[in-house]
Design a protein around this ligand. Structure first.
Ligand code: ATP
Length: 199
């Protein structure tokens, strides 16, 4: 699996629709300070489901929508689409090319898509779980992150290894199952109460 294409529209400094094509191997993005290099990695993080404006170097989510310039009016929504080559079927989906997209309006309304079909954020997170790609995965290492990883708490460091070894999916499912068991147990208690009231 590799990152094939990134399309940005209205995302941060990318007011116009901008398409970046990647080929297998190493790609370097170069440019002067403030030209938008980090905005590209922010867009990848965001389309993978990032919910924290701070992580995207803003104070609120609206900050990721092009805010206007001397020559251009602000836009009302932004969209990012990320296309991955999935010919090796790393992503457990029946497509050799997978495009995930996210759109957000100034009103705060957000939409997610997998291969142009509307989906939930959860579907995107599950699709990438344990693949090494994802907003929390080690595939995006931001400035200063390496030091953070080294100095971080051992529990957090363990999380990185868990993602790398591919067990996060099972841990998430276990958590969900435990939640369901708790809910079911609470329901059983309620039923027992009702039975004792009517008998
Ligand atoms: P450096 O090399 O200094 O790290 P960079 O190339 O990584 O710089 P970025 O941090 O990606 O640059 O981009 C910063 C630019 O993006 C700034 O000029 C900023 O004004 C612009 N920018 C960020 N958010 C928005 C927005 N919502 N609307 C318009 N422009 C924005």
């Amino acid at each position: 699996m590799y990152l094939k294409r990134l399309e940005l529209m209205g995302f941060k400094s990318f007011a116009n629709r901008t398409e970046l094509e990647f080929v297998p191997g190493v790609t370097a993005v170069v440019g002067p300070n403030g030209s938008g290099k980090s905005n590209i990695s922010d867009s990848i993080r965001w389309v993978l489901g990032e919910q924290s404006a701070k992580t995207l170097r803003g104070s609120k989510m609206e900050d990721i929508i092009f805010a206007g310039s001397d020559t251009r009016k602000p836009v009302n929504y932004c969209e990012v689409a990320l296309t991955l080559d999935n010919s090796d079927h790393t992503l457990k989906i029946d497509y050799t090319e997978v495009t995930i997209a996210r759109r957000v309006y100034r009103s705060g309304e957000s939409e997610y898509f997998i291969n142009k079909r509307t989906c939930r954020l959860r579907d995107i997170i599950e699709l990438f779980m344990d693949t090494g790609v994802g907003k929390e995965a080690y595939s995006i290492i931001g400035q200063g992150r390496i030091e953070e990883i080294l100095s971080t708490k051992s529990d957090d460091r363990r999380g990185i290894f868990e993602e790398a070894s591919g067990i996060v999916k099972y841990k998430a499912r276990k958590k969900e199952a435990e939640k369901k068991i708790d809910e079911t147990e609470a329901n059983l208690v309620r039923i027992a109460d009702i039975i004792s009231e009517i008998t």
